[in-house]
Write a protein that binds this ligand. Sequence first.
Ligand SMILES: [Ca+2]
Ligand SMILES: [Ca+2]
Length: 322
Amino acid sequence: MRRFTCTALLAALSGPVAHAQVIAANDQSSPTPTMWLTDVRGTNGAPIPLLTGPEARAVGMTYDRASNRLFWSDGVALRRAPFAGAGLVPVLIGNVNFGGSTAGVSLSSLGYNPGSGQLYGFNASSTPSLRGFVSIDPATGNATLLRQMPADCDFAGLAFDPEANRWYGVNNGTGTASGLSGRGLYQLDFISPTATYTKLANYPSGQIRVDDLSVGGGRAYMVNGSSRPTFVFNLGTGAYEANLPSPFISAGTGGGSAFLNSCPADLDLNGATAANDLTVMLGAYGASPAMANWNSAADIDRNGFIGANDLNILLLNYGCAR
Ligand SMILES: [Ca+2]
Ligand SMILES: [Ca+2]
C-alpha cells in the first residue's frame, strides 16, 4: 500500500485543493482503481486520491473549466463529475456509441473544446471503418467518426489548449501514411477538412508508448498508466524537463489524464489569475525563447513571443479564481 505523508493527508481532508494540476487514472482493476491529483509545482506533497473504486478506471480524461466538470472514459463507459477536490461524485453519462451500438467502440483518449461544446477522442477500434478521430456528445455519449485513420496510428492522448485554440496529441503508432510521422508528440488539426499533423518531439530516449496527454502552463504532460513517470515537455523551449513520478500503485495498460486549467493566464498555477501572474507576465514581457527572461507559461497564445496579446488575455481574465 502507498503510505501518505501528513501533508498529503491534510491536503486531501481539508477541502478544495488548488487548481492547475494534473489528474490521472489508469485502467487496472486490482488493487482498487484510484484517480490521483498531482501538483505539478511539487509544493503540495504526494499525489492526492480523488476517487477510488471501479468507476475510477480511465483511458481518456478531460476537464471543462466553464462547467468545472471532469469527463473520463474506461474505453466505452463515459463518466463525469464536478471537480471539488477529494471525494469526487461520478455520474455515468452512458456508453460511447455509434448509432446506439457499442460495437467497435474502444476509446483511447478524450479532449474537450469549449468552443464547440463537444468531447473528442481517438477510437482505437480493431474495426477499420470505425478507427480514428471521433466527436462525442457530452450529454449522451453518442459518437460520430470524424476522420478514419489507419491501424498503425493511435492517438492515445489528446488535449486542447483553449487560449491558443490548438489541439495536441500523442501518437503511439509507427505509420507514416496520412501525413503522420510515427510515434511522438504532435500539434494537430483533425477537424478541418484538410487535417494537419505537426510532430513537435519524439518520445524520450527508449520510450515507445505514452498513454495520455494533458496541456497547461506552457507544458505538455505525457502521462503513463504504468509505473513509468510522466514526461514533461516544455512547449516554449521545445525541450524535455524533469519527469513527474507516477502516482500509480499498480500498473495498467492505459491511462487518462486532464489538466485542471480552471483560470486562463494562471501563470504561477495557484488556481487564480491575480497580481503575481501580472508580475510574472511583466517580467517576461518582450521575450522570445532564447532570451533569459523567457517564460513558457506567459506565452499564452503560443506564438513564440510574449507580447501584447498575451498581456491582453491575462487582463481579460484578471480576478478569475476557484
Ligand atoms: Ca495565479
Ligand atoms: Ca505570445
